[in-house]
Design a protein. Sequence first.
Length: 188
Amino acid sequence: MIKLYGSKMTSAFRCHLLLKEMGVPFEEVPIDLSKGEHKSEAFLKLNPNGKVPCMVEGDFILWESMAINRYLTHKYQPALLGNSPEQAALIDQWSYWAILSVQPHLFNLFLSKEAAIIEQSKAALSPMHQILDNHLAGKTYMLGDNFTLADINVGSVILVNMLVKNDISAFSNIGQWVQTLFARPSFQ
Ligand SMILES: N[C@@H](CCC(=O)N[C@@H](CS)C(=O)NCC(=O)O)C(=O)O
C-alpha cells in the first residue's frame, strides 16, 4: 500500500488529488508541520529535505510532489500523460511552470505579512494568470478535450488563489476551467 506523508493543506494536496482521481488506494500519513514532525529523525530518513510530501511504496521512496505525480501516473494510469510524447512534454511544461513560476508568488501571499512583498507577488501573478487564461480559451482542459495530469498539477497550484483570497475572477477562462475541475469527484 502506498504511504503518502503530508496533509491535503500542503504541497501533498496534488498527490492526494491524483490518487483519488485514479482510485488508487493509499494511506495518508499526517505530518504535523506545526509540531516540527517534518524535522524528526524518522521523517528525515525518508526525505532529508524535511518537507512534505514524501511517498513510500514498498522500499521505494520518492519526494517532490511533481515527481511523485509523474511516477504515480506513469505506473497506474498512463493515459493521464496524454496520447503522444508531445502531450507528455506539454504536461511537464505546464507543471514546471506552475510550481516554479506561479507557486512561489502564491506562497508569498500565504506566508508573508510584508505589504511590499504581497504587492510584488500580486503584480507578478497577474500576467501569469493572463497566460493561463489565454491558453484555456476554447478548451475544456489544459490539453484540450481530455483531462490529464496537467489539470491536476496546474489546478492544485491555481486553487491556492482561493486559499489566500486572491481575486482571479477577471480571468473567466480560468474560472470556467476551475468549475469543470470542481465537478470531478476527486476535486470535491
Ligand atoms: N517542491 C516541493 C515543496 C515541498 C514543500 O515546500 N513543502 C512544504 C509544505 S507545502 C513543507 O514541507 N514545508 C516545511 C518546511 O519547509 O520546513 C514539492 O513540491 O514537493
